[in-house]
Design a protein around this ligand. Structure first.
Ligand code: NDP
Length: 284
């Protein structure tokens, strides 16, 4: 289980590389000043992990923020992802080069397959293994996968995935998948930990916020960590970025963790890992 200390706390992957269990997400954060300012606000509040993707179209801003930060690159953990249009061995290598250039970095800490495109998933993973073995990424993982995706990969991989980044909040717990990942020594990381704001006025969460004298967002984010799940809330507002990180001065009782678990409804804000292609086709 994850040992929770303070914001500098980390989880260790199966390859012994460590990742901060708390960080900043930048989906829907605009490229340019918005992403630069939100990353600088996060770094000022001791965040050290930044989660982007080629799909977010803000990698150049993330790179600029890193270059102009007063924190060393070596202290930062940068995640980016390969998009569904760039799957397959060669396309993935090209997409990786582009991300590296956009980010203006010489290595990436974590590279993720953004969604498991059925026919190209294994070939894409082969490219990931190649990148990992050549040292330009320190760790590799998956996003938006279920147990069957990992089992499929397991039959074929040389390097196992170190991280699974999935939608995770009290309305979508997927406890069996969490347990499976723990057994396999795959770190689980929450996307949309605040359910994009939709859980902030939930009655139970509001009551707990009152009881613990914390904000609803802090209750949700603390619950992530106590579930053993790393988390990457997004905000572009300096005040919220600071507030979201103040979750290390209290602990939810195990009873309250269970109460929050009981909000589970298998409800998603994003696509389902088995039919996302439809979802993104309709978005175009
Ligand atoms: P979150 O659950 O983090 O919610 C973000 C929303 O909540 C924003 O609208 C933000 O608004 C608002 N918010 C943040 N903090 C507070 C607060 N303290 N009080 C009130 N409102 C608040 O959603 P995301 O979907 O952004 O998920 C987090 C990150 O996960 C993403 O940014 C991305 O990095 C990653 N992700 C990965 C996906 C994947 O497929 N792998 C898919 C989706 C996300 P404001 O900015 O105005 O403060």
């Amino acid at each position: 289980m994850m040992k929770i200390t303070d914001i500098s706390g980390k989880v260790k992957f199966s390859n012994q590389i460590e990742m901060p269990y708390f960080g900043l997400g930048v989906y829907k954060t605009e490229n340019g000043d918005e992403v630069i300012n939100s990353i600088h606000a996060a770094l000022d509040n001791d965040y050290r992990l930044i989660d982007t993707a080629s799909y977010y179209k803000n990698e150049t801003g993330v790179g600029e923020a890193i270059k102009t930060a007063n924190v060393n690159r070596s202290e930062l953990f940068v995640t980016t992802k390969v998009w569904i249009d760039d799957m397959g061995f060669d396309a993935t290598l090209r997409a990786f080069d582009k991300s590296l250039k956009n980010l203006n970095l010489d290595y990436i800490d974590m590279y993720l397959i953004h969604w498991p495109v059925p026919d190209l998933f294994l070939e894409t993973w082969r490219a990931f293994e190649y990148l990992y073995q050549s040292g330009v990424v320190k760790a590799i993982g998956l996003s938006n996968c279920l147990q069957h995706h990992i089992e499929d990969l397991e039959k074929n991989f040389e390097v196992k995935p170190m991280l699974l980044q999935n939608e995770f909040h009290p309305r979508l717990v997927q406890q069996n998948l969490l347990d499976f990942c723990q057994e396999k020594d795959i770190v689980y990381q929450a996307w949309s930990p605040l359910m994009r704001g939709r859980l902030l006025d939930n009655e139970l969460i509001l009551n707990l916020a009152d009881q613990y004298k914390k904000s609803p967002a802090q209750i949700l984010l603390r619950w992530d960590l106590q579930k053993g799940v790393a988390t990457i809330p997004k905000s572009v507002k300096a005040e919220r970025i600071a507030d979201n990180a103040l979750i290390f001065d209290f602990e939810l009782s195990s009873e309250d963790v269970k109460k929050i678990d009981s909000l589970d409804r298998e409800e998603r804000t994003g696509a389902h890992p088995d039919n996302f292609l439809e979802h993104f086709k309709n978005k175009k």
